[in-house]
Ligand binder design. Structure first.
Ligand code: NOJ
Length: 538
């Protein structure tokens, strides 16, 4: 049997704490709410919960602007609430992964308050301060990911500080050993409380070019894209020295045994895989967001999976993501029928899957009226805001879908009365049931959790619509066929006469097919995905 470390065999479930469960009646989710809903995660069959930030914060970027890395924001509860959450999660055999935000703090963090106090302050070099350009403008052409320049001038000292995101989120200077040591202690603080790992925010941003050179123009920039894309981020992120910084963090995690370091990295495959580190000593799981960026077509996805598998370093463990709190929801992107195919893809590929809360009930985008916009990015660059993907979870058919006793901070879907956990739980046709069955299949079949992956070639006329691959371990072979199209397809199954296999349906996205024996041809319905099991025929 291959290795079975928990973060390799398990499935991660992301909770956006503002939107999971409100228990104190303020319309915003909280830590006791997550604890109260751990039952759902255990029932669903996931293995770990990653919780987006709940640290003390002025909430300029909803918690990704941290004012105290060791405190829980009162909006979400207390440290005691966190201790109760982790104890309850561990009792249910669920791992807990925190969101670590080391690239920038809040301007309200005491470190920044000191740093900005004067040029001579001992913490001045903890952040990135530079003199103005000769014309008095920003030191270079770097832009903020949320629109506008990435430099803000501090009137008192006349210098500019760098912020890759909002002006309220100044970037820390990770070249400074004191910053590293302070941040390592933050990791230890949470590891000592029992956390099982971290998802590290914008990890590829941590080190910037030492000379602060201008980024080059991006020849592919299109006006509908966010302004940051005007330039290729060659000097502002993805610098070679970052790998050593990540290794340093991982070494801290290893002081505590088998904990996981997941890195948030939006880079093309060939750059992404370098974040495992030359000897696999950097990120355990550099988040693979390629499914979020690839067109939803069988041949495009097949090419992507093959490319990623081939690019992985020896021993590097793969991972897949279908959605998160920053990107369009899968059901909104591909529609309800294909969302089921997507669920099967995510949970049958090789590597650790991460599931975004609400995707298990097929949550789509909720249109946000202008007077309810929350995301600062939407205010800076209309159309790019992330509110529609962060709406509150829907648990039952009560007034606010069981999320809160009062009007939630963001609206819920119009079909919340039907689209909720309660309504879908016992419905054998629901997407929730499908997710649960897929997760249970993954647990029961080592071929899916730890086995190998290989693509199954199909005739060209089929390959544009259907993605076929196998997972295998020991004497078990499973074949997955995913119909990305809306026409029925007949798939030949005998590609290896010598093997003389016969097949049966283990699970289909179409209810009622499991157990069906197939002949030499499988009729795949429109938008259908199946997992087949091979039986040697004698
Ligand atoms: C990535 C996070 O996922 C996103 O939500 C946040 O706004 C930025 N990093 C800045 O921390």
């Amino acid at each position: 049997m291959p290795e079975t470390i928990w973060w390799k065999t398990g499935t991660v479930y992301q909770v956006y704490p503002r939107s999971f469960q409100d228990t104190n009646g303020d319309g915003v989710g909280d830590l006791p709410g997550i604890t109260a809903r751990l039952e759902h995660l255990a029932w669903l069959g996931v293995d770990a919960v990653w919780i987006s930030p709940f640290y003390r914060s002025p909430m300029a970027d909803f918690g990704y602007d941290v004012a105290d890395y060791r405190a829980v924001d009162p909006l979400f509860g207390t440290l005691e609430d966190f201790d109760a959450l982790i104890a309850e999660a561990h009792r249910r055999k669920l791992k807990v992964i925190l969101d670590f935000v080391p690239n920038h703090s809040s301007i309200a963090h005491p470190w920044f308050v000191e740093s900005r106090a004067s040029r001579e302050n001992p913490k001045r070099d903890w952040y990135l301060w530079r003199d103005p350009a000769p014309d008095g403008g920003p030191p270079n052409n770097w832009l903020s990911n949320f629109g506008g320049p990435a430099w803000t001038r501090d009137e008192a000292s006349g210098q500019y500080y760098y912020h890759a995101f909002l002006a309220e989120q100044p970037d820390l200077n990770w070249r400074n050993p004191e910053v590293r040591a302070a941040m390592h202690d933050v990791l230890r603080f949470w590891l000592e409380r029992g956390v099982d790992g971290f998802r590290v925010d914008v990890i590829w941003h941590l080190i910037k070019d030492e000379g602060f050179r201008d980024n080059p123009q991006n020849p592919d920039f299109a006006p509908h894209q966010p302004g940051i894309n005007r330039f290729s981020q060659v000097y502002s992120c993805d610098r070679p020295e970052v790998i050593e910084v990540i290794s340093g963090m991982r070494a801290v995690l290893r002081e505590f045994g088998e904990r996981v370091l997941i890195g948030e990295i939006y880079l093309p495959v060939e750059r992404l895989v370098t974040y495992y580190g030359p000897d696999l000593e950097a990120a355990d799981l550099p988040f693979n967001f390629q499914l979020l960026e690839t067109p939803w077509q069988a041949d495009a996805v097949a090419a992507l999976v093959a490319e990623y598998e081939a690019a992985l370093p020896e021993g590097g463990w793969p991972n897949w993501v279908l959605g998160n709190h920053d990107r369009p929801r899968i059901a909104a992107r591909v529609g309800d029928a294909q969302a089921r195919v997507a669920a099967m893809l995510l949970l049958t590929l090789r590597g650790t899957p991460t599931l975004y809360y609400g995707d298990e009930i097929g949550l789509g985008h909720v249109p946000i009226p202008p007077d309810r916009v929350q995301d600062p990015w939407e205010r800076n660059e209309p159309g790019h805001g992330r509110d529609p993907v962060r709406t509150p979870m829907q648990w039952d058919d009560s007034r606010h879908a069981g999320f809160s006793a009062v009007e939630p901070w963001l609206p819920q879907t119009e079909d919340a009365e039907r689209r909720n956990v309660d309504a879908m739980r016992d419905d054998s046709r629901s997407i929730l049931t499908l997710y649960r069955r897929l997760l249970s299949l993954r647990r029961d079949h080592p071929a899916l959790s730890v086995g190998g992956w290989r693509s199954v070639p199909l005739p060209p006329s089929l390959a544009t619509e259907v993605f076929a691959y196998e997972r295998f371990e020991g004497d078990e072979t499973l074949r997955i066929l995913l119909n990305f199209g809306s026409a029925e397809r007949s798939i030949p199954l005998e590609d290896d006469a010598a093997k003389q296999e016969t097949w049966s349906v283990l699970l289909s996205t179409r209810p009622g097919r499991a157990g069906e024996a197939t002949g030499n041809v499988l009729h795949l319905s429109p938008d259908e995905g199946v997992v087949l099991r091979a039986h040697p025929s004698s």
